[in-house]
Design a protein around this ligand. Structure first.
Ligand SMILES: Nc1ncnc2c1ncn2[C@@H]1O[C@H](COP(=O)(O)OP(=O)(O)O)[C@@H](O)[C@H]1O
Ligand SMILES: [Mg+2]
Length: 291
């Protein structure tokens, strides 16, 4: 079975697409068969990063049943061995169009894709589709920049993902909890209290689910002057959400990245000795070390 990695962030424009495309390629260079899936609900652009302007088929074709299998949408990318791409289309996923049954089918097919690693670019934001796509993975990568608003948005994103994880756990067992899925909870303690009211054994089970939720953090666009304190973010998440966030690596802000986007080439190919490419290599190694 393929290992699924999801990449998300609280705020847009922090580098998820750039990081996912480069990681996908780096993992193929380490012998893995990789499928990069663009589930960004706001702005799907993975195909553009690879210079694929007219994909033969997109996720919309699958969602609209023009293709029976998601595997048939996964297309090779010009010249890259062992890499396939499932191009996204922002519109379909953003609208309420994505009914429950369609989402279930998409998730089922994702899990059955024929590859070693599936990277899912979830996009930004805390819409419940984004949370569900983030959570479906085996490993969860989150991205932030040192910008305080980005860090705050990331904290909020992880917290809401943790809440969603607990609620989904109970929704599967209990119709009352199922109804809670639509309720807006602001904190984990509120959720635990609600869960405890419907189910006595609920609280320890929920706490265990929170402990098992183990997202990773990639800090992008780091400059010598950035003052982000990841330890503080980690301890806040531990204290208020009960979740461990592990720092997977930091990527410096470097002009080679913008250049690579303009050239439609991943930076690890365009400029493999640039500081950004070296940091991405290190992150790919750190990631594989967790397998
Ligand atoms: N490490 C970096 N150094 C310099 N520019 C970067 C870096 N990471 C991302 N960028 C710039 O930010 C832009 C947005 O990145 P993108 O991956 O599309 O963000 P997201 O997918 O999170 O919305 C890129 O087009 C690139 O120009
Ligand atoms: Mg993106």
């Amino acid at each position: 079975m393929a290992e699924i990695l999801s990449i998300a962030s609280g705020k847009g424009g922090v580098g998820k697409s750039v990081i996912s495309s480069n990681l996908a390629l780096l993992l193929t260079k380490r012998g893995k068969r990789v499928i990069l899936t663009d589930l960004d609900t706001g702005g799907a652009n993975q195909h553009i990063l690879f210079g694929v302007f007219h994909p033969t088929a997109t996720l919309t074709d699958f969602l609209n049943n023009r293709y029976k299998s998601l595997n048939d949408i996964a297309q090779p990318v010009n010249g890259y061995q062992n890499l396939r791409l499932i191009p996204g289309t922002g519109d379909t996923l953003r609208t309420a169009n994505l009914q429950y049954a369609k989402k279930k089918r998409l998730i089922r097919h994702l899990k059955e894709l024929d590859a070693d690693i599936i990277i899912v670019d979830v996009g930004a934001g805390t819409h419940y589709h984004a949370l569900d796509f983030f959570l479906l993975a085996d490993r969860h990568l989150s991205v932030a920049t040192p910008d305080p608003t980005s860090v705050l948005d990331l904290y909020r994103f992880i917290k809401l993902a943790a809440i969603r994880k607990v609620l989904t756990l109970f929704a599967a067992r209990d119709p009352i909890a199922n109804a809670m899925l639509d309720k807006e909870f602001q904190s984990i303690s509120e959720v635990l209290e609600a869960v405890g009211q419907t189910n006595e054994q609920g609280i320890p089970a929920a706490q265990q689910a929170l402990q098992e939720f183990h997202p990773y953090l990639i800090l992008n666009r780091v400059t010598p002057g950035s003052r982000i304190n990841t330890l503080q973010l980690q301890s806040l998440l531990k204290q208020y959400v009960g979740t461990n966030l592990t720092l997977l690596g930091k990527i410096p802000d470097h002009e080679s990245v913008a250049r690579s986007v303009h050239k439609y080439l991943p930076v690890i190919d365009l400029d493999p000795t640039s500081p950004a490419a070296i940091a991405l290599e290190q992150i790919a190694d750190n990631l594989l070390a967790t397998f």
